[in-house]
Design a protein. Structure first.
Length: 449
């Protein structure tokens, strides 16, 4: 059955016109110019040393991208058909921008850190590497309450590992050697690149020729996950959210391609790293249930995180509960430093019984989404991405302890939705025409086997 597109709202049409102005180059230029200004301000004013170091390098990268986008616009003005303004050229600029604003800062800060600079990584990098070392030595990445209490007060925060057990795998290289290439951010970047490359390949391999509009939508989604400052800065200074995000995006791309089992495995791998992927997994299972593939998707989406938890649960269950439940919920020995002034945090800090109010609002949002899923579960991957994006946006805004950096999740999910919608429409049309996979159609529309 061909996927049916919903009528576009006026706001959606306006956003579409903005996105496609000058074949997408106008928004490219605005993105790079704004990012250059953001990186320059970060380099000059940030109170965090890794952020200032990122800004100093990224400002140059974004400035070069701004010049490249300007040159592309001028070339298009002279000749609309010039290859300099085409999609391949835009992909090349995006790739070079990610290399100079995310990958290069990762390498620079990792090398400086290996040379003795102690101010070239955020706490999460150290936490993940310590977790990897503990996993290699003791079979669990977590310290128990007694072990954390025994640490000096200034080190107790770093004693917590508020991630799922799979995140410790990125710290295993540090257990083997103390070098720049064993920095956890290097491996976060590798995993992110592999997941995004698979996403692009998945959305391109639909059994038919992809349209320029769809290829442009895929590019925009990749830009959101790579060169957008919130993504590039996060990867360069901390990085643990990027592989989680990339795997969630890959899961939705696999869903759009009609591969629910693989989609479950991808989002399950993300869930084995961080709790942020669990809401995406649940919504994805609801999508799969509309296609009679709920069990197949749930085996990976829910099974992989459970399998990751079982060994550490058997080794030290109290340490697991202390790190992944008590600490994130605010009942640990120390308080989480995630205190960005978003609505939930402001409510918790300023209103009487503010934490209870923020928690009630968060529960109300969760219940509203649950009712929506039960009454009208998403039937397309694009609708799934939208529910996940808006749901996480509301949750991040209402959480008492949160960070601005977490906004990269809803932003990337919402930007990916148009590419998924176009992919599903194309796949549906191919099926209606009798095209399967990459096999050409034979007489009467039947695919050759």
């Amino acid at each position: 059955m061909t996927a049916k597109a919903e009528p576009a709202s006026p706001a959606t049409r306006r956003l579409s016109r903005l996105d496609t102005a000058a074949d997408g180059l106008a928004l490219d230029l605005a993105l790079y110019a704004t990012a250059a200004a953001f990186a320059a301000v970060t380099a000059a004013t940030s109170t965090l040393s890794p952020h200032r170091a990122w800004g100093a390098v990224a400002t140059v990268g974004y400035a070069l991208a701004t010049l490249a986008a300007t040159a592309q616009l001028l070339a298009r003005h002279r000749d609309p058909r010039t290859p300099l303004a085409g999609l391949p050229a835009r992909w090349a600029v995006t790739g070079l921008t990610w290399a100079t604003t995310a990958l290069l800062p990762v390498v620079v800060q990792s090398v400086q850190r290996a040379a003795g600079r102690t101010d070239r990584a955020q706490e999460e990098v150290i936490v993940v590497e310590h977790a990897g070392i503990r996993l290699a030595e003791h079979g669990t990445p977590y310290l128990g309450p007694d072990a954390i209490t025994a640490l000096p007060p200034g080190e107790q925060l770093l004693g917590y590992t508020p991630y799922q057990p799979g995140m410790a795998l990125f710290g295993l290289p540090r257990a083997a050697a103390d070098a720049w290439w064993t920095d956890a951010r290097v491996w976060f970047a590798v995993a992110t690149a592999l997941a995004l490359a698979t996403l692009v390949a998945t959305l391109r391999a639909d059994g038919g020729a992809t349209t320029p509009r769809r290829r442009a939508a895929v590019l925009r989604a990749v830009q959101a996950a790579t060169v957008l400052p919130v993504s590039a800065l996060t990867l360069a200074t901390g990085g643990d959210d990027l592989p989680v995000l990339a795997l969630c995006l890959l899961a939705l791309a696999l869903a759009a391609a009609g591969r629910p089992g693989r989609a479950g495995l991808a989002v399950g791998a993300a869930g084995a790293l961080k709790l942020f992927a669990w809401p995406v997994a649940l919504v994805l299972v609801c999508w799969a249930a509309t296609r009679r593939a709920g069990t197949r998707t749930a085996l990976g989406a829910l099974g992989l995180p459970v399998l990751a938890l079982l060994p550490v649960l058997l080794v030290d269950s109290d340490a697991l509960v202390e790190n992944v439940l008590r600490f994130p919920l605010g009942h640990g020995l120390v308080t989480s430093p995630a205190q960005s002034p978003l609505p939930g945090h402001l409510i918790a800090e300023t209103l009487p019984a503010g934490r209870a109010v923020a928690a009630a609002l968060l529960v109300a949002v969760g219940l509203a989404i649950a009712v929506r899923l039960l009454r009208r579960p998403p039937r397309t991957a694009a609708a799934t991405a939208l529910i996940c994006g808006y749901g996480l946006l509301a949750a991040i805004g209402l959480m008492p302890s949160t960070r601005f950096g977490y906004l990269l999740y809803p932003v990337a999910l919402l930007v990916l939705a148009p590419a998924l919608a176009l992919a599903e429409t194309s796949t549906g049309e191919n099926r209606a025409a009798g095209i399967s996979g990459n096999r050409p159609a034979g007489p009467g529309g039947k695919a050759y086997t």
